[in-house]
Ligand binder design. Sequence first.
Ligand code: FES
Length: 90
Amino acid sequence: MKTDHILYVCINKKGGKACIGPKSREVFRALRKHAKERIEEDGVDIVVKRMECMGYCGEGPNVKIHGGPFFHEVTEDDADSILDVALKCT
Ligand code: FES
């Protein structure tokens, strides 16, 4: 089954130091939480997945929208705005 919108978060345990720390896991959890809320409230089709290294190891936490842009130095507070962009990407 095809998912309309996919977000990837680098939480590579062996990669760049910006991706290893707790901040990447916090970003991942925040995106999953906010995505779940939108799925339940708005019926959107979106999934947040873990990824190992996007090649921006010094700029993490890093997020990539499938078919869309990268986001660097992401914080939990960015989750909603990133989801807004993801839902506009096909
Ligand atoms: S380890 Fe995260 S971008 Fe390289």
